[in-house]
Design a protein around this ligand. Structure first.
Ligand code: ADP
Ligand code: MG
Length: 387
């Protein structure tokens, strides 16, 4: 795979597909994390002497229709502020031209018909905007769309941007050549959304530590009564299979020994701690308990690599966030290389102010899940197919 860092692009037009899909409220950016993550690549292109055209989607507009609400104008303004230059927005492909040393943002790529279904004609037009196409949008690399997979295949020269490269490198350190012991900490609401992840990881890890609604299904598969908890009866057999597989390959799969329960998932609920064998029939498990935190602390103590996906409790609602926070603190203090991937897990870690204590925080929820499932992301496959 060609890397942008290695290319000479002086005097050329570089088109960079980034993930500038920031959350907005009333035309204002509420979190500019993705813009900050994208800026180093823009600076790199400018330092190399190129002119830069930036491409991204924003929100979910009706495809093919301009809608001010989903315009990238506020994003371009924020990028301009950061770079100390005027960054105009091009409404259409014809207007998207740029001189070396300058930056132009193409309007929301979802205003262009054919983006979502990866129309080859649109992909070819996007690819023809510049001399080099830089795929740097890790957060959309799992979608084969016109400006991701499509344009990569059609561009005169296509390469991976530095953000995409760091993401792939971080996950390769977990999935391809991990320092062992390798421990996966998998939480979140449902086994069904993580089945592929569990199946792929169980074959690779030395230990699988589970929490959240996922742990409930594993507990239920062991015949434990989980009361009114969120769990998936349809997936008990799958959970059993995963536990058997773990056993047969000597992979430890510790389960919670105590849990925090309440009658409802709502803030300010009366919560109590119970041994897993004593969950009240009318209450639901909403977090791991303090003994489980200590158990998991010991299970994680000797890890050399950890991948964390999914909070171990309903952390957004107090008082059900203690387990997730404790694990974040344990991992922040760990000497292991810790990769955190998954929208909610990442926002939990960031909320605790511990993001910079982790080895790598992924910028892409869906894309990181697909990597953990062992899939090759379509845009990455396209880059690999290019010479
Ligand atoms: P990620 O985005 O990190 O991949 P998921 O989307 O799979 O994680 O799961 C996150 C959600 O799981 C959170 O909204 C959290 O409240 C919920 N959750 C975790 N544990 C439980 C539980 N025991 N009961 C209900 N919901 C839970
Ligand atoms: Mg999520």
């Amino acid at each position: 795979m060609k890397r942008f860092i290695d290319l000479d692009v002086e005097g050329k037009t570089v088109v960079i597909r980034q993930d500038l899909n920031v959350p907005m409220k009333n035309g204002r950016i509420t979190n500019d994390k993705r813009i900050r993550a994208a800026l180093p690549t823009v600076r790199m292109a400018l330092e190399k002497g190129a002119g830069v055209i930036l491409i991204s989607h924003l929100g979910r507009p009706v495809e093919g229709e301009y809608d001010e609400q989903f315009s990238l104008k506020p994003v371009a303004a924020r990028i301009g502020e950061a770079l100390g230059m005027n960054v105009p927005v091009a409404r259409d492909l014809v207007a998207a031209t740029v001189q070396p040393g300058h930056v132009v943002v193409l309007e929301n790529i979802r205003f262009f018909k054919g983006e979502k279904k990866n129309d080859p004609e649109l992909a070819a037009k996007i690819a023809a905007l510049g001399d080099v196409y830089v795929m740097d949008a890790f957060g959309t690399a799992h979608r084969a769309q016109g400006s991701t997979e499509g344009a990569v295949r059609k561009a005169p020269v296509a390469c991976a941007g530095p953000l995409l490269v760091s993401e792939l490198d971080a996950f390769a350190k977990v999935l391809d050549a991990p320092k062992r012991p390798l421990v996966a900490l998998i939480g979140g609401s449902k086994v069904s959304t993580k089945l592929g992840v569990l199946q792929n990881l169980i074959a690779r890890v030395d230990k699988l530590v589970v929490g959240g609604g996922i742990a409930n299904t594993f507990l239920a598969a062991q015949g434990i009564n989980v009361g009114a908890s969120l769990y998936e009866p349809d997936l008990l057999d799958e959970a059993k299979k995963i536990m058997e597989l773990a056993k047969s390959k000597g992979c430890a799969l510790p389960l919670p020994v105590d849990v925090v329960t309440a009658k409802e998932l709502a803030s300010g609920q009366k919560a109590s701690v119970h041994n897993v064998n004593e969950v009240p029939a009318d209450e639901m498990i909403l977090d791991i308990g303090p003994q489980t935190v200590e158990l998991y602390r010991r299970e994680l103590a000797d890890a050399a690599t950890v991948v964390w996906n999914g909070p171990v409790g309903a952390f957004e609602t107090e008082p059900f966030g203690a387990g997730t926070k404790a694990l974040a603190e344990i991992l922040a203090a760990s000497s292991a290389f810790v990769v955190v991937g998954g929208g909610d897990s990442v926002s939990a870690v960031e909320g605790y102010g511990l993001a910079d204590k982790m080895g790598y925080i992924s910028t892409g929820g869906g894309a990181s899940l697909e990597l953990l499932e062992g899939k090759v992301l379509p845009a990455v496959a396209a880059l690999n197919d290019r010479d």
